[in-house]
Design a protein around this ligand. Structure first.
Ligand code: ADP
Ligand code: MG
Length: 240
């Protein structure tokens, strides 16, 4: 384990159910994620990808092994400690999870409310500028229902990134998008994360976006079976 790892996992096992119904879904997971690194986890449906991501995201309690996020051990962490870790994380889910009764700008602004040191004007400026950065500067006052799938997912990215989180966790962010929008959305995440120095962990089985990653891990039946740097040989900092 390197001392400044953003995520560091050792001997992690996780099971659903109790007694006879107990079923292991993650076994002997070892992995780390360095600052600024973009990693993807690929694997078939049911292999445990979402479970792993929710554990790393401190959205679920770990049972055995060690899982450190920002150096903080999550095994045995209290609710408040987990909330504290979550503040440093931006989440992007398969379906955008935007609030339909709030406009694009209000959805992003909501996420900023956690950062109380910002004045109303500062929050407003930040929400507007991140929406402009994802190409939605002219859709600030639109409600999610009037946006396309790709646009909604871009609002979700803006919402996850507006706090400049150290870590971004994305669960199949391109699943509901066509290949062009899917690619755009992931490249946008990559570009903003590089700008903010954030690390990204993306769970996907979308082979079309894999070359955006610095590193690809494979999860099969609850085990990490491969961990490869730039499998397609494309340097992650290429100019395009
Ligand atoms: P993936 O995201 O790779 O499709 P998941 O992490 O969602 O996989 O699921 C891994 C396994 O755990 C699956 O067999 C799934 O049925 C099971 N599972 C997921 N969530 C629960 C739950 N809340 N209770 C019981 N089993 C679950
Ligand atoms: Mg899943």
């Amino acid at each position: 384990m390197k001392p400044d790892s953003i995520v560091s996992i050792h001997q992690l096992n996780y099971a659903f159910g109790q007694g006879k119904l107990k079923r292991n879904v993650l076994s002997d997971i070892e992995m780390d994620l360095q600052p600024g690194e973009i990693a993807m986890i690929e694997g078939p449906s049911g292999s445990g990808k979402t479970t792993l991501l929710t554990l790393i995201g401190a959205l679920r309690s770990i049972q055995t092994g060690s899982l450190r996020v920002f150096g903080k051990e999550l095994l045995g962490a209290s609710y408040n400690e987990r909330v504290c870790v979550r503040r440093g994380i931006g989440y992007i889910f398969q379906s955008h999870n935007l609030l339909s009764f709030l406009t694009a700008k209000q959805n992003v602004w909501m996420s900023l409310q956690l950062h109380r040191e910002l004045s109303k004007t500062e929050a407003e400026t930040r929400a507007k500028s991140i929406l402009a950065a994802v190409g939605l500067g002219d859709r600030l006052h639109d409600y999610p229902d009037s946006l396309s799938g790709g646009q909604k997912q871009r609002v979700a990215i803006a919402r996850a990134l507006v706090n400049r989180p150290q870590l971004i966790l994305a669960d199949e962010p391109t699943a509901s998008l066509d290949s062009k929008s899917g690619r755009d959305v992931v490249e946008l995440m990559q570009q903003l994360a590089r700008e903010f120095g954030s690390s990204i962990l993306i769970v996907t089985h979308d082979a079309r976006i894999v070359d955006v990653a610095d590193r690809v891990l494979y999860l099969e039946d609850g085990r990490l079976t491969r961990d490869e740097k730039n499998p397609n040989g494309i340097p992650s900092d290429r100019e395009s």
